[in-house]
Design a protein around this ligand. Structure first.
Ligand SMILES: Nc1nc2c(ncn2[C@@H]2O[C@H](COP(=O)(O)OP(=O)(O)OP(=O)(O)O)[C@@H](O)[C@H]2O)c(=O)[nH]1
Ligand SMILES: [Mg+2]
Length: 277
């Protein structure tokens, strides 16, 4: 992925730190605040910059460069995708399926048994990505669907399983329990559990997403973030407080509604793009 491609999606944040502006602390402060870096990390960064703008890239990189999750090499690689309603889970599962099918076999599991036609929506994506799917019916037990899906994946020696879940507010404890149950079901077939438990975050919410993400992380153990709808936001700077507060790596950015609209988030490239004029 080239820097220019990434910087196209960084909205207001890309290219703002030209050499002149970097040396102008009040412009820098305003720019960081406008990009939704937030008061706390704007002040933090201004202090670290300490009249030496060269420090800025280094300090931002320290905040966003978080250790990647370890995955268990035993097949299948199991990826669980969760998040609040409408945050882009199903679309992200489809995009990941498209990406992973280039490397091996993929099975989608539709564990959204709440919403009408959720399984049909995923089925359409499965066809587009050219991958297999285990469908479900509305009202079915999500844990049972996941169990069936993993059994099928084991039997067919599938490389990657992607589990789509129902949207839920982090404040609904019954629904959070269902996600924990899905995780327990996974451990019956792969004792180390899901390799990646990913949270989709709607990037247009900016910093407002931090609190919900914290609760998902505490309740469920999230080891990767995907910021969706990054194409439509001027709040890309929120990546900085999100990473700094959650200490969970951002793995991908969703940059559109199409199946190929997913880019890998690379901290060094992100910081470099910020400083591209
Ligand atoms: N522009 C843009 N739109 C996106 C992106 N990701 C998802 N969307 C759109 O956001 C809307 C919701 O996406 P879904 O994938 O259905 O979200 P969900 O989290 O599965 O929704 P529920 O299952 O209802 O909770 C759809 O209209 C998607 O096309 C993205 O990266 N960019
Ligand atoms: Mg969905």
């Amino acid at each position: 992925m080239s820097l220019t491609y990434l910087s196209r999606f960084l909205g207001k944040l890309s290219g703002i730190f030209s050499k002149e502006k970097k040396s102008d602390i009040s412009t820098l402060e305003q720019t960081l605040l406008e990009a939704d870096v937030g008061v706390k990390y704007t002040n933090f960064l201004l202090e670290k910059v300490n009249n030496n703008p060269e420090n800025l890239n280094k300090e931002i990189l320290k905040l966003v460069n978080i250790k990647m999750p370890d995955t268990n090499p035993a097949k299948p690689l199991i990826i669980l995708v969760c998040g609040v309603n409408g945050s882009g889970k199903t679309t992200t599962v489809a995009k990941l399926a498209y990406m992973y099918q280039k490397k091996g076999s993929v099975l989608l599991v539709s564990a959204d048994t709440y919403r009408d036609a959720a399984s049909q929506q995923l089925d359409i994506w499965a066809q587009k990505a050219g991958v297999e799917i285990v469908r479900s019916q509305k009202g079915q037990d999500a844990g049972a669907v996941v169990y069936d899906g993993l059994n099928k994946a084991m039997t067919k020696k599938i490389d990657t399983v992607l589990i789509d879940t129902a949207g839920r507010l982090h404040t609904r404890s019954d629904l959070m329990e269902e996600l924990k149950k899905i995780k327990r079901v996974v451990t019956k077939l792969k004792p180390s559990g899901p390799d990646l438990s990913l949270l989709t975050i709607d990037a247009t919410l900016g910093q407002n997403s931090i609190q919900q993400a914290k609760i998902f992380a505490q309740e469920l153990g999230i080891n990767g973030l995907i910021l969706t709808k990054f194409d439509g936001t001027a709040k890309g700077g929120a990546i900085i407080p999100i990473c700094a507060e959650l200490k969970i790596p951002v793995l991908y950015l969703g940059v559109g509604e199409k199946i190929e609209d997913l880019i890998e988030f690379k901290p060094e490239e992100f910081v470099a793009a910020l400083f591209t004029d």
